[in-house]
Design a protein around this ligand. Structure first.
Ligand SMILES: Cc1ncc(COP(=O)(O)O)c(C=O)c1O
Length: 379
């Protein structure tokens, strides 16, 4: 057994990342200073988008993104149930109603045909999530949005650096949201960013992250400022932004390494009968945030999970469908039977470790463990 626990995801922090943080800690600005804009500009340059709003988490980025749309109370936003709860919680924070649409059986991304079925006269927006780092069927979703005059928010918390038809995600939707949590493609500890090409939405999000106040302290001429809307304190610190700038320089390298690891897993698992490898669409490039496999229905995912954890391998399950959580069960009348694909995938999916810091020995150990559990349990 491996003496070391191999987590499903993990940050990579080098000495230069630490030096960048320390430099800011010794400076005058710990928050709301120059590193924030520098980080926002660096991300925008990387993804070719105009406006970046750095905040203290991906969840906060989703919240300000939804709030900036200024939708009437009771409006419906269609989203996937196969995501982290933060995606649909952001809808609820804003007194709006999440409406779930089932996912596709191959990519586990929201199914545009299912979105169509959920549109009502109250629908105002769609939030789609690029599951595991693979972009959704963006053209099809954009087509629906144009037809019904809906806003699009792309939850790209998994997908910084991913591409759709040769273009990086970040400017397909009205607003795109990234997370910099430690398991994500790059990290700032906690952190997130909303990006947009729309100046008006950007200005609203900037105000929303700072209590709804119109001017940052650095820009004020005297003591005066005005709180124009009910905002939040979602500010990112400058030392986090400095870490983000330093991490961003490594993102392409991280993705290349993750992609190599994915190829290694695929080669090892493709011929096994108990397992289905992830499906990658040829017109998009995944950031390979997560590596998930589907186990055959005859195999108990939970037993498999326990055996892998017993071998010190940090497998996980992404995701428990949002409507399974007791808060959602109590507050909404959602029937799992209405989401047959989400249910089937949830029952069979397993996330294997995937991060750029994994050694060849780690990967070989995970592969050998999967093979040996399949062999012993399912001859
Ligand atoms: C799809 C998705 N959306 C939103 C979030 C929220 O991001 P954060 O943890 O930075 O708040 C996450 C984080 O796990 C996520 O996976």
């Amino acid at each position: 057994m491996s003496e070391r626990f191999i987590p499903y995801g993990r940050q990579t922090i080098d000495e230069d990342d630490i030096a960048a943080v320390v430099e800011v800690l010794k400076s005058d600005w710990l928050t709301t200073g120059p590193k924030i804009k520098e980080f926002e500009d660096a991300v925008c340059r990387y993804i070719s988008c105009k406006q970046g709003i750095a905040v203290n988490s991906g969840t906060s980025a989703l919240d300000v993104a939804v709030a900036s749309l200024e939708l009437p109370k009771g409006s419906e936003i269609i989203t996937t149930p196969f995501t982290f709860v933060a995606t649909s919680n952001a809808i609820l924070y804003n007194n709006l109603l999440p409406v779930f649409a089932d996912i596709k059986p191959d990519t586990f991304n929201i199914n545009p045909d299912e979105i169509r079925k959920k549109i009502t006269d109250k629908t105002r927006a769609i939030i789609y999530v690029d599951f595991a780092g693979q972009p959704c069927d963006i053209d099809a979703i954009r087509g629906i949005a144009d037809e019904h005059d809906l806003y699009l928010i792309e939850d790209a918390c998994h997908a910084l650096g991913a591409e759709y038809k040769g273009k990086k995600v970040g400017s397909f939707a009205n607003i795109t949201v990234f997370s910099f949590h430690p398991v994500k493609p790059i990290t700032t500890g906690e952190g997130g960013m909303a990006v947009t090409n729309n100046k008006c939405l950007a200005n609203r999000m900037r105000m929303l992250r700072n209590h709804g106040i119109d001017l940052d302290p650095a820009k004020r001429k005297d003591y005066r400022y005005d709180m124009k809307t009910l905002g939040r304190n979602y500010r990112m610190t400058d030392f986090q932004a400095a870490l983000g700038i330093s991490q961003l320089r490594k993102l392409d390298r991280f993705i290349i390494r993750r992609t190599e690891l994915v190829k290694g897993y695929n080669n090892a698992f493709e011929s096994l009968s108990g397992i289905t490898c992830p499906v990658f669409k040829p017109d998009r490039m995944s950031s390979n945030h997560l590596y998930t496999v589907l186990l055959n229905p005859s195999i108990s995912r939970d037993e498999f999970f326990t055996k892998m954890r017993g071998l010190n391998i940090g497998v996980n399950v992404h995701y428990i469908p949002v409507y399974h959580h007791s808060y959602y069960r109590n507050a909404f009348d959602v029937s799992p039977a209405d989401y047959p694909v989400t249910e089937d995938v949830f029952n069979r999916i397993l996330t294997l470790p995937l991060h750029q810091g994994m050694t060849k020995e780690d990967v070989d150990y995970v592969i050998d463990s999967v093979k040996s559990i399949l062999k012993k349990g399912h001859r």
